[in-house]
Unconditional design. Structure first.
Length: 401
């Protein structure tokens, strides 16, 4: 077996094997910046030996396989961290947008306009009859009101935008799941015929990372090499089958083989969708509640203070309005009903215009209310009570104001 042909054959096998190794190394270098690529290496094995004249001779080396250097535990951990990172990143983007609404750096910031409003009221208190001061209060209040409405509108727009983002991401999840399911089949087909599916596996891993960036997932590698991908215990990909998500009335649903849909909104804990849900369902409602409380207190404080005096111009024309209480039948169901002091009555300023010199008098109106029940107003129970101010009406020879 020590013939020249045998020596040349051994050398040829070695050259072929190491050419393959060099080719794989070149592939690794070429994909150095490819995030989805896994480093590959050549597994070499000896060729079968031969026996000649009682001696055993080796015949060289061949490439037995090209293997990917992948640790599935690390891969799964990386996907999980990417999912968590995506949730935080998207939440941070919208947190910054909300913070910008309340920024103190601009000339029309809420704090700046509040300061201007208080300053205008202070100036007016020092000169109540000053037309300049009165106009300043009006315009300061108008600017503040516009800013409050603009912030509320911006929060509403953010909420609408988040719903659009979530809906688009749900569509992307479905598309990625279908691609992974198709790759599961392609990989098993390639390997069952002795083919190399390394590139297909890299592509699948890249898609898995993309999926994790949108929603939290758990990956299990089955014995046949296919991926079982779950989200909150429900399958998104199983063998060559994918399961769809859908969005209905601001909720995310998973649909099973039977066609039944299950609401998984509250269970989503990772990926961009989780970040958007956190902003939409927690941060924006909390911000709105605090902002509404500020606006409510501001309205009450200004109106209450304003009600302690009388305007320079009395009513002309008629003023009517209907104010409906809640089903409970209590005054507390009205706006600012919790501010009502049932131990007091209300007063009206009456102008006596019977002679050329107008005189003014404060008249207290006793409503005879002992408790907060509407039915306790003096009069017929279950009737509709109205307080009507009519121009040119008279009360004891005095004009009603």
């Amino acid at each position: 077996m020590s013939s020249l042909n045998a020596i040349l054959n051994t050398a040829s096998n070695a050259i072929t094997a190491y050419q393959a190794a060099i080719s794989v190394t070149g592939q690794n270098i070429a994909n150095a910046n490819n995030d989805d690529y896994s480093i590959q290496s050549v597994a070499l094995s000896t060729t079968p030996t031969v026996t000649s004249r009682g001696n055993i001779y080796g015949t060289g080396v061949i490439v037995s396989s090209v293997v990917r250097s992948v640790n599935q535990i690390i891969e799964n951990s990386l996907t999980s961290e990417l999912s968590h990172q995506a949730a935080l990143k998207e939440a941070q983007v919208y947190m910054s947008s909300i913070e910008d609404l309340f920024s103190e750096e601009s000339d029309d910031s809420l704090n700046t306009l509040l300061d201007a409003c208080w300053s205008a009221w202070e100036d007016l208190s020092n000169n109540p009859s000053g037309r300049t001061e009165q106009n300043a209060v009006y315009h300061a209040g108008l600017a503040l009101t516009k800013r409050i409405n603009a912030i509320e509108e911006a929060l509403s727009d953010l909420n609408t935008g988040l719903n659009s983002k979530i809906s688009a991401a749900v569509t992307e999840v479905n598309s990625i799941s279908k691609q992974i399911a198709a790759l599961n089949l392609a990989i098993t087909t390639a390997e069952s015929t002795g083919g190399n599916a390394n590139d297909l596996k890299d592509k699948r891993n890249g898609l898995v990372d993309d999926l994790g960036k949108r929603i939290n997932i758990d990956i299990t590698v089955k014995e046949d090499g296919t991926y079982l991908i779950l989200s909150n215990g429900l399958p998104l990909v199983e063998d060559g089958i994918s399961y769809d998500l859908s969005m209905k009335q601001e909720s995310v649903y998973w649909t099973g083989k039977s066609g039944n849909a299950y609401d998984i909104t509250d269970d989503i804990s990772g990926g961009a969708i989780a970040g958007w849900l956190e902003i939409r369902d927690v941060v924006i409602p909390e911000t709105r509640a605090e902002f509404d409380e500020l606006a409510t207190n501001l309205i009450w404080t200004l109106n209450y203070q304003h009600s302690q005096g009388a305007g320079q111009t009395y009513f002309s024309g008629s003023l009517e309005g209907t104010y409906e209480a809640g089903a409970s039948g209590t005054f507390a169901s009205l706006y600012y009903g919790d501010e009502i002091d049932y131990t007091k009555d209300f007063s009206m300023v009456i102008q006596d215009a019977t002679d050329t010199t107008s005189k003014y008098q404060t008249v207290t109106v006793d409503m005879s209310i002992s408790t907060s029940e509407l039915s306790n107003i003096t009069g017929y129970v279950n009737s509709i009570y109205e307080l009507t101010v009519i121009d040119a009406g008279a009360l004891g020879g005095k004009n009603k104001v």
